[in-house]
Structures are given as structure tokens and as C-alpha cells.
Write a protein that binds this ligand. Structure first.
Ligand SMILES: Nc1ncnc2c1ncn2[C@@H]1O[C@H](COP(=O)(O)OP(=O)(O)O)[C@@H](O)[C@H]1O
Ligand SMILES: [Mg+2]
Length: 291
């Protein structure tokens, strides 16, 4: 049986884990490798799947804390059983408050049409709509493209980890958007980390995740029950950034005005472009990079 950890604290909008994480060494290793990739400028996606109470949220919080300690921007949201009719609700939960606090100049660099699309996705940006029509359902790809561009912007000064929990409850617009982001990831250091209960996951979402997994665009972590505690089975991983950045040969760090959800941002490192395509040549996907 798991020890009951102390209550999590809430700091800066992200609930940080407190107390020891038990076990999960392999899973943490996979997640750490994805963060290393992110530091090299490569986008990625990871799914944490398992039964209720198995530790999905706990693991996501751990990776969020590690990412925050590396100076990544971490934005978290969760789907809710009661918001399945609200389009894009998972993404709104994760991003709306953050984009509301952005200096207007950060969004002004986006195309007018992109801003207008974002205005229809995020309530806090509704003023950007400027009287334009919302994209019809059949033209949702315009919203997808706009959100992809927004994520690219958010990840420009420092990598972005977008955590989407309880995705089995996601509304259909969020599912479509996630599918689009998996098919064509942002051309920036964005890691999308999702958690879900496989048994409650709608077919459409399962299919999108399966496709992405087959195309090597998604790492899958299936959580099983923890084995009984043995002495020393606490995860000994310290919650501190590495003393050396993973790529020491990188160009000089650039200053950043962005604040992370953790209220602290180490100087970001200018990452070389991610040259490794994540999709096989056979997959129906535009050439890399996507623009
Ligand atoms: N590896 C772990 N070490 C310590 N506590 C854990 C671990 N996994 C889960 N817990 C605790 O068990 C409870 C349920 O975990 P949670 O992550 O909320 O499950 P899920 O999101 O899969 O429903 C929480 O109190 C959580 O902190
Ligand atoms: Mg959970």
C-alpha cells in the first residue's frame, strides 16, 4: 500500500508534489529523457495511462516540478467530467490565464488571422476577435494552426511543458486539437504531457494517440500498481536542475522576460534546431520542419 503523502502545496498556480515519490524509476527515466530532448529544442509528447488512483497525476506533477527546476515554462490543465460540452476546455484550463497575463506585444507578432482564431478559442483573448467570424467546424484546422503558433511563441524563449490531465474527459474540440498537435507538432521545444484512464478514453482519442505512438511521436507510459515498499525504494531523485546544461556547446544564453509557473526562470539556453524528424517518411505528414 502507498504511504499517504503530505498534502500538496499550491504555488503560483501549479500544485507541486510534496513528500517522497515512491518507485517509478523507469517512468521517471523516460520522462527525464524527454526533458533532455526538450532542452535540445525537440518537441515531444508523452501519455501516462492507468487506472484511477494509480499515480498518473502524481507523476505529471513530478515531471512538472523537474521541468520548472530546469527553467522550463510549465502550464497545466485538466479535463473535467462537467465540461465535456465546452470546446477546447482542457486547453483553456491550461493556457487561458497565462495568455491573459501576456504583454500584448507578445501576441501582436502573430498574424491578424491567427489572433482572431485565438480569440475564439481563449476567452481571455476575445478582444482580439475584432469582429471576425469564428472558423466553421469544418475549418477547425485554422484554430489548430493558431494554437500551434501560439505554443511556438510561448516556447520561443524557454521550453514549454504543457500538462493535460484527465484527458479521458476531454471535450471533442480538445481531442481534435490534441490530435492535430500530435500529427504536426509545434516547431519549437514543446512537450505535451497527458494523463488518462484508458478504459474511459473515447475511441477517437485512443485512435489519435495510437497513431502518434506508431509514428514515434508519442511516448507511452502505462502505470501499474506499485510493488510493496522495500527499504530504499523512495525515489532519490533530487528536485534540482542539473549543474551542467545538457548541451554545453550551445550558444550563449539569451535573456528572457518570461516568468514560469514556478515563479523562477533560469536563463534559457539558445537551443540548436531539432533536426531529428519524429515522423517516419512514410507517414502522411508535411516535411520537417513544418514550415
Ligand atoms: N509513486 C507515488 N509515490 C507516492 N505517492 C503516490 C505515488 N503515486 C500516487 N501517489 C499518491 O496516491 C494518490 C493517488 O495518486 P494520483 O496521482 O492522484 O492518481 P491518479 O491521477 O492516477 O488518479 C495521491 O495522493 C498521490 O499523491
Ligand atoms: Mg489524476
Amino acid at each position: 500500500m502507498l504511504p499517504v503523502p503530505p498534502r500538496a502545496r499550491n504555488r503560483g498556480g501549479v500544485t507541486l508534489p510534496t513528500g517522497h515519490l515512491v518507485g517509478r524509476a523507469d517512468e521517471l527515466g523516460s520522462l527525464e529523457r524527454l526533458l533532455d530532448e526538450l532542452d535540445r529544442g525537440c518537441p515531444g509528447a508523452v501519455e501516462v495511462a492507468g487506472a484511477p488512483g494509480i499515480g498518473k497525476t502524481r507523476l505529471l506533477r513530478e515531471v512538472a516540478a523537474w521541468a520548472g527546476a530546469r527553467g522550463h515554462l510549465v502550464l497545466s490543465g485538466a479535463a473535467s467530467e462537467f465540461e465535456r460540452d465546452l470546446p477546447f476546455s482542457v486547453f483553456i484550463d491550461a493556457l487561458d490565464e497565462y495568455v491573459a497575463g501576456l504583454e500584448p506585444a507578445r501576441l501582436a507578432v502573430l498574424d491578424d488571422a491567427v489572433q482572431a482564431e485565438l480569440a475564439h478559442v481563449f476567452p481571455s483573448l476575445s478582444a482580439l476577435a475584432d469582429g471576425r467570424e469564428v472558423a466553421a467546424q469544418s475549418e477547425r484546422y485554422r484554430s489548430h494552426r493558431a494554437v500551434r503558433e501560439l505554443l511556438e511563441r510561448l516556447a520561443a524563449p524557454t521550453p514549454l511543458v504543457l500538462v493535460l490531465d484527465d484527458l479521458h474527459w476531454a471535450d471533442s474540440a480538445s481531442v481534435e486539437l490534441l490530435g492535430a498537435l500530435l500529427r504536426r507538432p509545434p516547431a519549437a521545444a514543446v512537450l505535451v504531457a497527458v494523463a488518462l484512464r484508458p478504459r474511459q478514453t473515447p475511441e477517437r482519442l485512443s485512435a489519435a494517440l495510437e497513431r502518434a505512438h506508431r509514428a514515434a511521436a508519442l511516448t507511452r507510459i502505462g502505470l501499474g500498481a506499485l510493488t510493496p515498499l522495500r527499504p530504499g525504494s523512495f525515489s532519490a531523485k533530487p528536485l534540482t536542475p542539473p549543474t551542467e546544461p545538457p548541451c554545453t556547446s550551445r550558444a550563449a544564453a539569451t535573456p528572457s522576460t518570461w516568468s514560469s509557473s514556478f515563479g523562477r526562470l533560469s536563463a534559457p539556453v539558445r537551443s540548436p534546431p531539432c533536426l531529428r524528424p519524429r515522423w517516419p517518411a512514410s507517414a502522411s505528414r508535411p516535411p520537417w520542419p513544418p514550415r
